[in-house]
Design a binder for this molecule. Structure first.
Ligand code: KG4
Ligand code: ZN
Length: 345
């Protein structure tokens, strides 16, 4: 058993958690969304300054809620890649400093590995292999989870991430940031068949389309053209219908690829993670398709879908149990493929 204090500051949430193997003892999340909303997206410099202001209090609060002092902590972890460099540096520097002061092992964690581990917090008996559909503001990936630290990315987006597409389309519809939850809410009142929108496909040189890769930039442009046409006609924008049609197109496209991938690789379980896993349209399509194909689909609770330190702590505890620790010379990286996770130890 390993009890880890983990820090996540890769983007716009300052989060600190205490995790005992797959059990979350505390998970403090200080969201910066209200700060960034006025700019319509995350401003990196503002994000890192805000992490500096919040992190000490979040660390103290995480220990307090877990009812532990440093004597009960076996290791200290922080997200080290991928993410905003200035933001990552705040969390990583805090974790290294605490590790030195309290003589604890230090671990750098890959943010996407954290999203994979989010599922274990609510499904502690789950074991690899399984497929992870990771859909967030920065990533859209289909990952073959083989073991702790061992992953194969089978599908990716070639342009915008799914969450990014939600945020950009929300901006086109004059809605607030982040766009995903707002579109999800509006889509409930709209007709998903109101507009026929194109599902992005990636052609392969040998002919046909890539079965698992996706693309959302064409869909975003199609929504832009639609909005421009409707605005030129001076008709009132049917925002709910556009939101519902867009959401349905994204959900169908992701579901089709995830199910095909699971069936082709003989994987019986699909764990969905990342902020877009909160989407009601995606949940509906995935659950329906999974039951038709006799597959199990797992959605972590919302608090573990969006960025949080509990998922980072869960991954760190597993690595620590296997004797993996990172050197204090480890730096942050804005990009790092998931296949390179074991280079961190
Ligand atoms: O995982 P996350 O918190 O941060 C990243 O690692 O990117 O994901 C944030 C993304 C945002 O793009 C947001 O619009 C999207 O998740 N999101 C949603 C929903 N809730 C959050 N997208 C669609 N439907 C939702 N209900
Ligand atoms: Zn994330």
């Amino acid at each position: 058993m390993a009890c880890v204090l983990a820090i996540e500051t890769s983007c716009d949430e300052t989060s600190v958690a205490v995790v005992n193997d797959r059990h979350c003892c505390s998970n403090i999340v200080a969201s910066q969304i209200p700060v960034h909303r006025q700019y319509g997206g995350v401003v990196p410099e503002v994000a890192s300054r805000s992490h500096v202001e919040t992190i000490n209090q979040a660390i103290a609060q995480a220990l307090l809620e877990a009812q532990l002092d440093w004597g009960g902590i076996d290791g200290i972890a922080a997200t080290c890649a991928p993410g905003l460099v200035g933001s990552l540096l705040v969390g990583l520097t805090a974790a290294k400093t605490l590790a030195i002061i309290h003589h604890k092992p230090f671990l750098g964690i890959h943010h996407l590995e954290g999203h994979i581990y989010a599922t274990y917090l609510s499904e502690p008996d789950l074991e690899p292999p399984f497929l992870c559909l990771l859909v967030s503001g920065g990533h859209t990936s289909l990952i073959y989870v083989k073991d702790c630290g061992h992953y194969e990315t089978l599908g990716e987006t070639r342009d915008d991430a799914a969450g990014e597409a939600f945020d950009k389309v929300a901006r086109l519809l004059h809605l607030s940031y982040p766009g995903g939850p707002v579109i999800d809410q509006l889509a409930r009142e709209g007709n998903p068949a109101a507009f026929s929108l194109p599902e992005g496909k990636i052609s392969v040189p040998s002919g046909g389309y890539h079965p698992y890769d996706s693309s959302f930039s064409g869909l975003k442009t199609a929504v832009l053209r639609l909005v421009q046409k409707l605005e030129a006609d001076q008709s009132e924008l049917p925002v709910s219908d556009i939101a519902a049609s867009f959401q349905d197109t994204v959900a169908r496209s992701l579901t089709k690829r995830a199910i095909a991938c699971a069936l082709d690789y003989g994987l019986k379980t699909i764990a969905v993670g990342g902020g877009v896993a909160a989407n009601s349209g995606l949940r509906k399509h995935m659950q329906q398709a999974a039951s038709e194909h006799n597959l199990r689909v797992l959605f972590p609770p919302l608090k573990y879908c969006t960025d949080n330190a509990a998922m980072i702590g869960c991954a760190a505890a597993d690595h620590l149990n296997r004797g993996h620790t990172s050197p204090l010379t480890l730096g942050v990286q804005s990009r790092l493929p998931l296949s390179s996770v074991m280079q961190l130890y």
